[in-house]
Ligand binder design. Structure first.
Ligand SMILES: O=P(O)(O)OC[C@H]1O[C@@H](O)[C@H](O)[C@@H](O)[C@@H]1O
Length: 256
């Protein structure tokens, strides 16, 4: 494995690969926390209203929702409480008692926070985008979220990516949710690169598993709360806590 300019032999140099495919929430922007909070608000209220015995817990986010497409996440969480609802349709109203309706209900809280607080990307991630651009390495965003375009725009990052495969694209193309590799493989195909020569960067166990299943050259985990052990167990080759760890001391300092 090649090393970073900082000389840490344990860490890869992402500029030596043919392309880098980034997850968005929790990798480029701190919006995994916004999703986590919105799910908690919505499910806490819903479970109280429905009289569900086991309340929503923070660990439920990492077990069932993190990195998943909206309705897949809802379906998995409801199954954990032995609740079965009709799937419904993506255009269901937020009041509909369907899997899609429940997912759309959570989006109200997410959209409110995004509009109110905006998004500041992680400085270390922006510095990594700078380094990749300087080296001419193609890059994509592969996000399960249907809010990815709005988040990228709010963070001022949208124009830095020619290829964005998000939850809306997955819906149109009929692609299964991570941990299936399909969304990442479409990202690689749209960049015109071979997965076996490209990198996946992910903060969610489901996303790391998707990268591993897709046969990517390197699956880099970023631990923003899922836990390094969980990311390694799901197939990450290396785990860092911030992308600045992969940069030279000078670029990392500039990112502060
Ligand atoms: O924004 P949407 O379409 O509701 O997608 C939600 C999901 O988007 C993913 O990007 C996040 O990693 C998940 O944790 C989140 O639940």
């Amino acid at each position: 494995m090649t090393t970073t300019p900082s000389g840490n032999a344990l860490l890869p140099d992402l500029t030596t690969f043919d392309a880098v495919l980034f997850d968005l929430d929790g990798v480029l922007t701190p919006t995994a926390g916004v999703h986590m909070h919105a799910w908690k608000l919505m499910f806490t209220e819903l479970f109280e209203a429905w009289g569900v015995t086991k309340p929503y817990l923070d660990e439920d986010y990492f077990l069932y929702l993190d990195g998943m497409q909206r309705y897949e996440g809802v379906s998995r969480l409801l199954a954990s409480r032995d609740i079965s609802l009709p799937w419904g349709s993506p255009d269901d109203a937020p009041t509909a008692e369907t899997v899609c309706g429940v997912g759309n209900r959570k989006n109200i809280a997410f959209a409110e926070t995004l509009a109110r607080d905006g998004v500041a990307p992680y400085p270390g991630s922006v510095a990594m985008l700078d380094a990749l651009e300087a080296a001419g390495v193609p890059k994509a965003v592969v996000s399960s979220s249907k809010n990815a375009e709005a988040v990228l725009t709010a963070a001022g990052l949208r124009e830095r990516f020619d290829v964005v495969v998000d939850g809306a694209v997955a819906e149109v193309e009929g692609l299964p949710s991570k941990p299936a590799p399909d969304m990442f493989l479409l990202g690689a195909a749209r960049l015109g690169v071979d997965a076996a020569r490209a990198v996946v960067v992910e903060d969610a166990a489901s996303g790391v598993a998707a990268g591993a299943a897709g046969g990517f050259a390197l699956v880099l985990g970023v631990d923003r709360g899922a836990g390094a052990d969980a990311l390694l167990a799901s197939g990450a080759n290396v785990v860092v806590s911030d992308l600045s760890e992969l940069l030279s001391a000078d670029s990392a300092a500039a990112a502060q």
